[in-house]
Design a protein around this ligand. Structure first.
Ligand SMILES: Nc1ncnc2c1ncn2[C@@H]1O[C@H](COP(=O)(O)OP(=O)(O)OP(=O)(O)O)[C@@H](O)[C@H]1O
Length: 474
């Protein structure tokens, strides 16, 4: 390709240790199947690394746009100026090469957030923007289009900087730039990420630099590979993930301070709590603000069942019976510990299922590869630990099985996780099936409390009765 992406940097196929990002779960005690009371404050997480990994996996499991009917909320820097929104990409008067790139990616029309964000980002003079909307609503595609529109390919020096919180996310965004810029090969891209060592004293010729804050800062100040005074567009992606990592906030602010006053500043985030907002205001002066509310999830279109068992072996047997009775296209199965997940995956594959296992000890690129295979339908069952898949969107999976119920670190029901895992944004009308495995008084109690919390009945299912199982599929 035309882009400088050294082989050893390519994502997910590298066997190197560079992308090492581990999610730490508390080691299990040997041979014991822990129940909630024994688990104590488990699982403990290395939070900063975790959110970056989750964000990446979430991006990868999704195969299309998250549609939303919620209205976009807009706060303009100049409330008197008219608010433009576009219904087609043509209206944006993009360069033909870029329009070709956009259609080449299979986009027909701008997403909800793109409708308002793109005219602002492409306006003359450029406007600053803070935009918040949930993952998958088209933010990345929007700012990539803005960067590609603003660069002058005749100038052989960096003009756009884009900072991402992790190495893997930077590569992922780089891929979008490459795809969208496919018909605009004069524009070049370079990755400012660890491991990409440049010769001292060299000056970059690429127009777009994407990377992580530390390396980006070094390239701007210590090594002077980039002249920050020539930057026209500064993008800060995944601000909520960014601030979860120690040091990233300061590094980003230091980069921002080196940029010229008239540089366009763009900041994106999936969530918008106080800390993100404070950070956003330090990065983006005089911003326009766009917010898109997250679509509420409900349990309304979901059929919920529980199965009463006495051991994990019985739970597995129940699962086998269900598989024997109904056709399940793709299912996700959640276990509490790595050990159970590993054991269950083994049992299922022995029964001839194509099973994918997602587990905490895997490196992020291994987990990414598992997610991508599952997304592409190469595996029909994904077994994972509660910790590992927290926050993963399973919208396209019709059957969710809680082999162990979700509980928080104190052993109380984790209602939020339950809803996120099982619930759907009702409007799609997609029906789902959720099956909860109960194997003790304690888990029965958790189930009752979940049922009470949502005020939605969870029906009992007898998995020894084939006719009864068949009914749940109808
Ligand atoms: N206008 C569009 N039409 C169709 N598909 C789109 C459009 N914009 C983006 N997509 C696709 O939707 C998916 C999500 O888009 P994108 O990655 O830009 O979302 P995001 O909001 O940046 O998500 P994240 O927060 O995870 O980065 C991608 O697969 C992307 O290719």
């Amino acid at each position: 390709t035309n882009y400088l992406a050294p082989d050893e940097l390519s994502l997910f196929c590298s066997s190197s240790q560079m992308g090492k990002l581990q999610l730490k779960e508390k080691p299990e005690e040997n041979g014991k199947h822990p129940c909630a009371a024994e688990l104590g404050p488990l699982p403990y997480l290395v939070v900063s690394e975790d959110v970056g990994a989750q964000s990446l996996l979430n991006k990868l499991i999704r195969n299309n746009l998250v549609n939303t009917t919620n209205q976009v909320e807009v706060l303009q820097k100049d409330p008197n100026s008219p608010l433009y929104s576009v219904k087609s990409f043509e209206e944006l008067r993009l360069k033909p090469q870029l329009l070709q790139g956009v259609y080449g990616m299979g986009f027909n029309r701008p997403s909800k957030i793109q409708e308002t964000a793109l005219p602002m980002m492409l306006a003359e003079p450029p406007q600053n923007l803070i935009a918040q909307s949930q993952s998958g609503t088209g933010k990345t595609a929007a700012f990539v289009l803005a960067m590609l529109s603003h660069v002058d390919p005749n100038n052989k020096y960096p003009q756009c900087l884009c900072v991402s919180p992790t190495y893997e996310l930077a590569l992922q965004t780089g891929k979008v730039i490459e795809q969208m810029g496919k018909y605009y090969p004069e524009v070049k891209l370079v990755y400012a990420i660890r491991g990409n060592k440049l010769q001292r004293g060299m000056k970059l010729q690429e127009q777009i630099v994407i990377g992580t804050p530390g390396t980006m800062l070094d390239w701007c100040s210590k090594f002077k590979f980039i002249d920050p005074k020539k930057i026209k567009v500064f993008v800060l992606d995944e601000a909520d993930v960014m601030i979860a990592t120690q040091g990233h906030q300061d590094q980003s602010i230091r980069i921002q301070r080196m940029l010229p006053k008239n540089c366009q500043m763009l900041l994106f985030s999936a969530t918008f709590e106080e800390s993100v907002w404070n950070f956003a205001q330090r990065i983006v002066p005089d911003p326009n603000i766009i917010k898109l509310k997250r679509e509420e999830e409900t349990l309304d279109t979901i059929k919920q069942y529980y199965v009463l068992c006495n051991s994990k072996e019985e739970k597995f047997q129940a699962l086998s019976n269900i598989y024997g009775a109904i056709t399940i296209a793709q299912a996700m199965i959640f276990c509490h510990t790595r050990k159970t997940a590993g054991w269950l995956a083994g049992e299922l594959s022995r029964e001839g299922h194509q099973v994918a296992l997602l587990s905490g000890e895997m490196q992020v690129e291994q987990r990414a590869a598992v997610i991508e295979r599952f997304r592409d339908g190469k595996e029909k069952v994904l077994v994972t630990t509660n910790v590992c898949a927290r926050g993963i969107d399973v919208e396209q999976v019709s059957v969710v099985i809680n082999f162990d119920l979700p509980i928080d670190k104190d052993g109380n029901p984790d209602n939020e996780t339950y809803l996120h895992r099982i619930g759907r944004t009702g409007r799609f009308g997609k029906r789902g099936l959720a099956i909860n495995m109960v194997d003790s008084k304690m888990s029965m109690n958790i189930l009752y409390r979940i049922q009470e919390h949502f005020n939605k009945k969870i029906e009992k299912l007898d998995t020894d009765d084939l006719d009864e199982i068949e009914k749940i599929a109808s």
